[in-house]
Design a protein around this ligand. Structure first.
Ligand code: PLP
Length: 464
């Protein structure tokens, strides 16, 4: 399996080099040159596998044996040892039409642990193998940073710097990142919003000289490793559904921001997992909803919501979908992305829109609806949704058809976003791991949204 860029200007790469590259050197995103197809017979065999076994089967199709089986197995075992549920991502049945896939049983209580615990092991493995220090640089709206830091803290051969928007992440997210005192971790709290942070990171990665000088590596969802690790639970969840004699159609509803998680679903579907509809759930930052409904992809005004990890205007993985949508024509992708940069929008015609709607439906939940649903599911089903998960449920309620089953993703534990839960007058028990955070001291540098200052801090950290 070789990997190529959505913009067509990068020489084909192997698996490890693809992960190390992160953002493609031509500014595009790396994708497999062809997507392996899983036959229904194989799907049937896979349906009996444990989460970790399934992980190994899926990765075997993508890694070209660049990592020996034994090593990969070790990494997977270590990655998921930190999960509090033996199933890693258990499925919870709410009623005959709704299942909730709980993706929050990792160390930071959000779905990003699933991919980033593995990514930490992967970078540590590569650093040892290549005998070279890896510098991870990332921007976060809260959950990625916490999960990435937990994935690599204290590991030899890796240093990590994470930018987060100052005072725009939840208290627990902030504490999860900043109470880590390992020497290989630097937290920059930037006076700006997430898109400001992401822009700075993108610029540093686009500066190929800087990137190579510092052996800079990405943890953002632009990294194909994250996409691939996330496909595992789409398969796993699908296999946990109880189907009677007359199998029902299965939809999947995904609280979305950067289009990373849902793109993993798109990949799983292309591999042959018979998902009926991929439901994109957003909050009031609804660029993706507007796109699927009107064909116009255009960032709107930034809004702070109860689900800050989805407060994103430019969905960085969107380009991967665009590539497949445009029949894998890299020249067309480049032209459209160029136009997007110039005009600030992409507009699809009516015919194209029909094709988009064959892949996706989308729904944006308002802040108010989000809180209503948290109360409703607590009252009726005794299940406490976090505000991101509630957006997924709103989309499920809007789109799931009669006689269809929906797997709605729970992307975070409610304790992580108690600000919203309190507004519903619900008092929750905090898990001990979260309770303990409040008494620890914080380590972070509050910094202006100024690229030069930030780069100076970075270089000082790398040279330490
Ligand atoms: C990151 C995140 C999302 C959005 O995922 P994307 O891959 O960016 O679409 C949703 N919910 C939670 C809790 C998250 O941390």
């Amino acid at each position: 399996m070789k990997y190529i860029s959505t913009r067509g200007q990068v020489e084909a790469q192997g698996f490890i080099d693809t992960v190390l590259m992160g953002l493609a050197d031509d500014g595009g995103l790396m994708i497999p040159a062809e997507i392996p197809h899983i036959t229904p017979e194989t799907l049937k065999e896979w349906s009996k596998l444990s989460y970790k076994e399934l992980f190994l089967q899926i990765f075997a199709l993508y890694t070209n044996q660049e990592i020996p089986d034994e090593d990969l197995k070790n990494m997977v075992d270590k990655s998921y040892a930190s999960f509090r549920d033996s199933e890693i991502t258990p499925v919870n049945k709410i009623d005959d039409s709704l299942y909730i896939l709980e993706l929050f049983h990792g160390p930071t209580f959000a779905f990003k642990d699933v991919a980033l615990q593995f990514m930490g092991e992967f970078y540590s493995y590569v650093s040892k193998k290549q005998n070279k220090i890896i510098h991870i640089l990332g921007a976060t709206s809260g959950d990625t940073g916490a999960a990435a830091i937990q994935g690599v803290r204290g590991k030899e051969g890796i240093k990590i710097c994470i930018l987060h928007p100052h005072n725009k992440v939840s208290k627990v997210q902030e504490l999860q990142m900043t109470t880590v005192d390992d020497q290989n971790v630097l937290n920059l709290s930037v006076k700006g919003n997430f898109d400001d942070c992401q822009k700075i990171i993108k610029d540093q990665f686009a500066d190929l000289e800087f990137k190579s000088k510092h052996n800079l590596r990405a943890i953002n969802s632009i990294n194909f490793l994250r996409i691939l690790a996330q496909t595992v639970y789409y398969f796993y969840a699908y296999f946990q559904i109880e189907q009677g004699d007359q199998p029902k159609k299965v939809n999947i509803s995904v609280p979305s921001g950067n289009f990373g998680n849902i793109f993993s679903g798109f990949l799983a579907k292309k591999m042959g997992l018979p998902i009926h509809k991929l439901i994109i759930a957003t909050n009031e930052n609804n660029i993706l909803e507007r796109f699927v409904k009107t064909g116009e992809y255009k960032p709107g005004d930034f809004k702070s919501t109860h689900s800050p990890s989805m407060d994103i205007q430019v969905a960085s993985n969107f380009e991967r979908y665009l590539y497949y949508f445009l029949d894998q024509d890299a020249a067309k992708v480049s032209a459209i992305m160029k136009k997007f940069q110039d005009d600030g929008k992409i507009v699809f015609n009516a015919e194209d829109l029909v094709r988009v709607q064959a892949d996706f439906v989308a729904y944006g939940a308002s802040n108010e609806q989000c809180l209503e649903l948290i109360s409703k599911y607590k009252d009726n089903s005794d299940y406490l949704l976090d505000p991101h998960t509630a957006c997924g449920i709103a989309a499920y309620e809007a789109y799931n058809g009669e006689e269809e089953i929906c797997i709605s993703f729970a992307t975070a534990h409610p304790a992580k976003f108690n600000e919203a839960i309190e507004q519903c007058d619900i008092k929750q028990e905090f898990p001990a791991e979260i309770k303990n955070l409040f008494s620890k001291s914080q380590h972070q540098l509050v910094i202006d949204h100024n690229k030069e200052d930030i780069v100076r801090e970075l270089e000082a950290f790398y040279e330490k």
